[in-house]
Design a protein around this ligand. Structure first.
Ligand SMILES: [Fe+2]
Length: 414
C-alpha cells in the first residue's frame, strides 16, 4: 500500500471485457498476487503476533494494524496503530492517523482504553472511529511456554469471555461542539458476545432532531469457538493446514464467522438509546471477508459481497469457502456464485468501473485442490447469480500459487 505507484503497464478498468481480462487485469496480476502475499504477512504479524515473547521488546513501540481504511469522500487514507507492549497489559492505546493522497499527515488522534483488547479490524464514519472490543487475557500456562521460547507469543493469550456483551467504542473522529461532551470511554454494549473478524462498512444517518443511527456491517464469530492458535486450521507446531477446525456440526455452526448488521441508535447528545444485532438479509451461512464498493465507504451502501459456503459438501461443509454471496440491503435479495467441486475461494475484492454501486468487477482467487493450481477469477458484480457472471478465469503462474489467501487490494493505474 505504501509503495504507492503502479509500475505495471496498461490503463485502469476502461474499455470492454477483453481489455479488462487481457490488459489491465493481466498487467496487475503479479502486483495483486504480491500484494496478497504482503498483506498476509501483515495479517499474521501485527495482529496474531506469531512472535516469541522476547520479540515484544524488540518491536517498534507502535505497530500498525493490518486493516487500513480509505475515506473516499475526503480522499484520505486512515490507519491505526497500537502499542506493542499492550498485548500483555490490561490497557490498550490506539493512535489514528489520517493522510491525504500525497501521504501528508492531516490528523493524529490518540485514545487509551482501560481493557485488554485485541483489535484486528475497525471502522469509521463521518464522526467516529469504531472499535469492537475483542477481549483477551493472559493465559498463564501459555505464557510460561512462550517465555521459555517453546511456543509462539500468541499462546500467551486467550479470549476473555467474562462479559456476556460486546463492548463497542465510539471514538470521536473530530473535535467539535457535537463531540465535546461525549464520554467515549464508556462503550456501547451490543447485546450478545461477538468476536469481530472483519468490517465491510459503517455509516451514520441523522434525523431532523439530531438523533442518529450508526450501522455497521461485519463478520463476527463466537468467543466459544474462536481460538488464536487454530485460526483457519493452521497448526503452528506441524506447519500444516487442517480446515476441520473451521467446520462444526450443524447445531453449532452459528458459532462460526457470519455476517451481521449492528445498529446503534444515539440521541442528539451522543448517548446510546439502543443497540441491536441481526444477520444481514438473514444470511446465516458461515461467511467472512465482507467487502463493498470502496467508493461507498463511510456512506450508506446497498451491496455487500463476501466469501461463504454453499454447504453442499459432506466433508468440510463450512470451510474452505466455495461461494461468493452478494447481499442487497435495499431489496433484501441474495445472489450467489459458486466454484466447482474441490475448488475454493479466498477474499473477494471489488474493482469499481462506473458510478453505480454494483457497476464493477469482483476479483477472487480460486484454488483447485486436485491440480493444486490458483486462478484469478473476474466476475461481473452486476450479474452475480445470473448467467454470464464469469468474465474470465486466469491461471496464476505456478510459482505464485498459494492455497488459501486472505487480503489484497486493487489500485487503478493512475
Ligand atoms: Fe483481516
Amino acid at each position: 500500500m505504501t509503495d504507492g505507484c503502479d509500475s505495471a503497464p496498461g490503463g485502469g478498468l476502461k474499455g470492454d471485457v477483453w481489455d479488462v481480462a487481457c490488459g489491465s487485469i493481466e498487467a496487475n496480476l503479479v502486483r495483486y498476487v504480491c500484494d496478497y502475499g504482503k498483506c498476509f504477512a501483515l495479517y499474521v504479524k501485527p495482529t496474531y503476533k506469531l512472535t516469541r515473547l522476547l520479540g515484544v521488546f524488540k518491536m517498534p513501540p507502535k505497530r500498525l494494524l493490518s486493516h487500513y481504511k480509505i475515506d473516499t469522500q475526503r480522499n484520505r487514507l486512515l490507519v491505526v496503530s497500537c502499542n506493542a507492549e499492550d498485548m500483555l497489559l490490561p490497557r490498550s492505546n490506539f493512535t489514528f492517523y489520517e493522510y491525504d493522497s500525497n501521504f501528508k499527515l492531516l490528523q493524529r488522534k490518540e485514545f487509551n482504553i482501560s481493557d485488554h483488547l485485541m483489535i484486528h479490524d475497525w471502522a469509521f464514519t463521518d464522526t467516529h472511529y469504531i472499535l469492537f472490543a475483542n477481549r483477551i487475557k493472559l493465559d498463564i500456562a501459555g505464557s510460561m511456554t512462550a517465555v521459555c521460547g517453546l511456543s509462539p507469543m500468541i499462546s500467551a493469550l486467550s479470549v476473555n469471555p467474562s462479559k456476556p456483551t460486546c463492548p463497542i467504542y465510539l471514538l470521536p473522529r473530530f473535535s467539535d461542539e457535537r463531540t465535546e461532551n461525549w464520554d467515549w470511554r464508556v462503550p456501547v454494549d451490543a447485546p450478545s458476545q461477538l468476536w469481530l473478524m472483519h468490517i465491510s462498512n459503517a455509516f451514520q444517518e441523522r434525523d431532523g432532531n439530531g438523533n442518529s443511527e450508526i450501522r455497521i456491517h461485519a463478520s463476527t464469530c463466537s468467543y466459544q469457538w474462536f481460538d488464536f492458535q487454530k485460526m483457519f486450521g493452521y497448526n503452528w507446531q506441524s506447519g500444516k493446514l487442517d480446515p476441520s477446525f473451521m467446520n462444526l456440526e450443524e447445531d453449532d455452526k452459528d458459532l462460526l464467522p457470519r455476517l451481521v448488521q449492528v445498529s446503534i441508535n444515539l440521541d442528539a447528545s451522543g448517548n446510546c438509546q439502543k443497540c441491536s444485532v441481526e444477520p444481514i438479509n438473514k444470511w446465516s451461512k458461515p461467511s467472512d471477508f465482507p467487502v463493498i464498493n470502496p467508493a461507498f465507504s463511510g456512506t450508506k451502501n446497498k451491496y455487500t459481497y463476501a466469501a461463504t459456503s454453499s454447504g453442499s459438501r459432506r466433508a468440510l461443509p463450512h470451510f474452505p469457502f466455495d461461494t461468493l454471496v452478494k447481499l442487497n440491503a435495499s431489496s433484501n435479495s441474495i445472489r450467489t456464485w459458486s466454484v466447482g467441486s474441490r475448488r475454493f475461494i479466498g477474499e473477494p475484492i471489488f474493482v469499481p468501473k462506473g458510478d453505480e454501486e454494483d457497476d464493477g468487477y469482483i476479483l477472487v482467487v480460486e484454488y483447485s485442490v486436485s491440480i493444486q493450481r490458483c486462478y484469478l477469477v473476474i466476475l461481473n458484480a452486476r450479474r452475480i447469480g445470473e448467467a454470464g457472471a464469469l468474465v474470465a478465469r486466469l491461471e496464476v503462474p505456478k510459482h505464485l500459487n498459494f492455497p488459501l489467501g486472505f487480503h489484497g487490494f486493487w489500485t487503478t493505474h493512475k
